[in-house]
Design a protein around this ligand. Structure first.
Ligand SMILES: [Zn+2]
Length: 109
């Protein structure tokens, strides 16, 4: 099973810059870091400074295409998993993704 994402997880935009997701609530924590849910990923910001011909830096998440837990919900929101990816408003349109879940104690599907 994939690990659940927390505030300590590392995510990157299509250009390799940090994607910053902030937990809206700390009801469930792993190693002291709050678990991330879908709404936290949708509200993520980017430290993206990509530039060049045909390149637009990412400023917000466009969608979550995979990686939300079907079995673990926190306040009616699906927990986010290490398998998560989706689109941003940047170009070229390749997915944001998780590079490190940051914890190995809590897994879900
Ligand atoms: Zn980017």
């Amino acid at each position: 099973m994939p690990a659940v994402l927390t505030a300590a997880s590392k995510l990157v935009c299509p250009h390799g810059f940090a994607m910053l997701a902030t937990p809206g609530a700390a009801l469930v924590t792993v190693d002291g870091a709050a678990v991330l849910v879908g709404a936290d990923l949708l509200g993520a910001t980017f430290a993206c400074t990509a530039s060049g011909p045909g390149i637009k830096p990412c400023t917000k998440v466009g969608s979550i295409d995979a990686g939300l837990a079907g079995t673990l919900r926190i306040r009616d929101e699906q927990a986010a998993l290490a398998t998560a990816f989706g689109t941003t408003d940047g170009t070229p349109p390749t997915p944001w993704h998780v590079t490190s879940a940051g914890q190995t104690k809590l897994e879900a599907t």
